[in-house]
Design a binder for this molecule. Sequence first.
Ligand code: TPP
Length: 409
Amino acid sequence: MQNRPSLRLHIPEPVARPGDAPAFDRSLIPEPGDTRRPETTSAEADMRDLPFGLVRVLDDSGEASGPWNPKLPTETLLAGLRAMLLTRAFDERLFRAHRQGKTSFYMKSTGEEAIGAAQSLFLDRDDMCFPTYRVLSWLMARNYPLIDLCNQIFSNEKDPLKGRQLPILYSARDYGFYSLSGNVGSRFGHAVGWAMASAFKGGQSIALAYIGEGTTAEGDFHEALTFASVYRAPVILCVTNNQWAISSFSGIAGADETTFAAKALAYGLPGLRVDGNDFLAVWAATEWAAERARMNLGATLIELYTYRASGHSTSDDPTKYRPADEAEAWPLGDPVERLKTHMIGLGLWDEDRHAALQAELDAEVRAAVKEAEAVGTLGKSKPSVKEMFEGVFKDPDWRVVEQRRELGI
Ligand SMILES: Cc1ncc(C[n+]2csc(CCOP(=O)(O)OP(=O)(O)O)c2C)c(N)n1
């Protein structure tokens, strides 16, 4: 007994804190071409190495290579670049609108724009995405009206959701964008259930869901994987590993022990680890997983390896918990710059056209913000109170009827 060591807990700590030099482990980043692309019909047991590789297409100089190269046509590359640039322009302007008191809350997706853009452009209109608050680029890629986003962000009379959601928790069924659930883990279960229903009805549509790496520590993640695996649900389950869950680093959710893609192994699902800052790699991995889902081969877990370049939200100050220059040190760069460099390298794009597109998109955002401001910003205009009673209950409860009567509306 006496020779036994005292028991102790292991508390994971990030390698770098404010004031330290940023440090990322490059051993987790193989070169494009190093990670094989198995046939989509392969058995899960024959691809258990994939969760420890990294699907990459673009190298550090912006050249595309390797077995995952989706060889996209020019118009798709352009559509992707446009969606990402529009997301960034919108994020910058609306973040500032929060600082000016025009909205109560905002969240940016800086550094993660390739994910929603590629997946939105790739999937069919009848498929359904169960989003997080950091995939605005999904809506941008499908040309969701900017004015509707702005009206919701300003919580004004024309808010399309009538004040029932937080400013950036959008809902756009016609754009394949399911109502954004503020309870972070729940979307995985919703997506699996939706996919199971699609298969149960003998349909053709598949689902895609996002969860942050921090949220994989919640039970919802594991319940969803169990159902997805057992019933071979046609769903693509994406873990966006952006290194931070507000101020908790990814190690708190288990990143030091294994990869998030490797969580798939315990459920007998294929797991892909993918460079989330590479538009082409995200596209290729999604294509692979979608093909399996459509062939009734079931779900795939995709870890999108990326970095949250901005704060978590307008309520967060990341300089309190991580080095200020950590985003610049992210070894997989910036998704917009990488696609731009790739297109310039192919002779499809140049700096002048890039600057002109940025200016055009910024003007579009400015115009939408102006139009929404004319309706009203936070507190200056509100959805009508009577909206509160409408569209919720098919047969309103007597208390609701009574409350409405008391208000005289
Ligand atoms: C069930 C639940 N618990 C806690 C929260 C508060 N919350 C909102 S975002 C967040 C962090 C999520 O981190 P992660 O899953 O890594 O996603 P990221 O924001 O980094 O994309 C938390 C704890 C919530 N919205 N829902």
